[in-house]
Design a protein around this ligand. Structure first.
Ligand SMILES: [Zn+2]
Length: 370
């Protein structure tokens, strides 16, 4: 039952005919797990706490970093180096001391996902990598929990709801993970700071609608948002009856190794010794057998400068333009700082390339050598 103090606090909700006192009681009884306290997790958690969700779980293994603060508004400058779950809990209790907060200062894994998720009614996926998205999806389907999903990149975002009884799951929409190295992370590609505010707030909206059982949920619809054109699009998609996770005869009945599934297991021994420094590359370019140099940055990054004579193929275009990359002569691949290029090399090695070298530190290191 709502206390007098709570009734006062949630007045603007309880006067809404579709929420009312009954809806507010449902919010108080509800429990929501938010995976990730980053850009998406910040607004999701803050709005869910302010709205009076009774129990909120927070999973994150990371600590607050200064580069988070441009978009992760739940964290503040004074909390740099603090575990994110503790920093988030502090903010949520400032916002609403009536909410119970459970923190899990660990990565969500195949070992702990089901035992954590089972304590909550709804899961919100605010993570930034494919391994965790497939893990959250499969765990929610197996545990019978609804998964309110969001993702962001550069100026675009997506929201949908997976794992409901009759609705599709993430695998119905994306049966296969992308080739490793072909989709840059936010750390590599960047993200407009306010973007997760828009997407995470939509996720929180859907959670509240689901709990109060009002409106039309984003089930079987992918909401796509483009901040540059300021457009929202709805893409309808159906449950796949043959889906290995949520279909009629599912083959996924327990959690798997998601790093292996997404091809992201890093083989340190095969990548470390295939680097070249900017100084060594300069010498090589002036030798009798100069290598082919490939720039895998986005087109707009070329404005920052490029290595003379290099061939430009943006990372996302590598799979379509792989025939432009020879296998019979030395090839050096570079990006801004040497991370994306390493992913491209990992990807190409699976296509029988063994003539590739990564420019350590990317164009940044090259410019420093000048
Ligand atoms: Zn499915």
């Amino acid at each position: 039952m709502l206390t007098t103090e709570e009734l006062e606090r949630y007045k603007r909700h309880t006067i809404l005919p579709l929420i009312g006192r009954e809806g507010q009681e449902k919010l108080k009884k509800a429990s929501v797990l938010v995976v990730g306290t980053g850009g998406l997790g910040s607004p999701i958690l803050m709005y869910l706490a302010a709205s009076g969700i009774g129990k909120i779980g927070i999973v994150d293994f990371d600590v607050v970093d200064s580069s988070n603060l441009q978009r992760q508004i739940i964290h503040k400058t004074g909390n740099i180096d603090m575990p994110k779950v503790d920093s988030a809990r502090e903010m949520l209790l400032y916002i609403n001391p009536f909410v119970k907060i459970n923190t899990y200062n660990e990565a969500l894994t195949s070992d702990n996902a089901l035992s954590i998720i089972e304590n909550y009614d709804i899961v919100c996926d605010g993570t930034d990598n494919f391994q965790t998205r497939y893990l959250v999806n499969d765990a929610c389907v197996i545990a019978g929990k609804t998964n309110v999903f969001g993702s962001i990149r550069q100026f675009e975002g997506q929201v949908s709801i997976f794992g409901t009884t009759d609705g599709p799951c993430y695998r119905c929409l994306f049966p296969e993970p992308p080739e490793p190295g072909t989709v840059p992370s936010c750390a590599e590609a960047g993200v407009m700071g306010v973007l997760p505010g828009v997407i995470g707030t939509i996720q929180a909206t859907e959670v509240i609608k689901l709990i109060c059982n009002i409106g039309e949920a984003l089930i079987g619809r992918l909401l796509q948002y483009d901040a540059l054109s300021m457009k929202f699009d709805n893409i309808r998609f159906a449950k796949d009856e043959d889906c290995p996770c949520c279909g009629n005869k599912p083959s996924i009945t327990e959690l798997m190794d998601y790093d292996a599934f997404c091809g992201t297991t890093f083989n340190a021994s095969s990548s470390i010794n295939e680097n070249i420094s900017a100084r060594e590359l300069k010498a090589l370019i002036n030798s009798a057998k100069p290598p082919l140099i490939i720039d895998v940055r986005e087109t707009e990054e070329l404005r920052e400068g490029f290595i003379d004579g290099s061939l430009h193929i943006a990372m996302n275009d590598i799979p379509q333009q792989v025939n432009k990359i020879p296998k019979n002569k030395p090839v050096v691949i570079y990006c801004h700082s040497g991370i994306r290029s390493r992913h491209v090399i990992q990807y190409l090695k699976q296509h029988d390339y063994n003539n590739l070298t990564n420019l350590t530190g990317g164009i940044e290191a090259w410019d420093m050598e000048r």
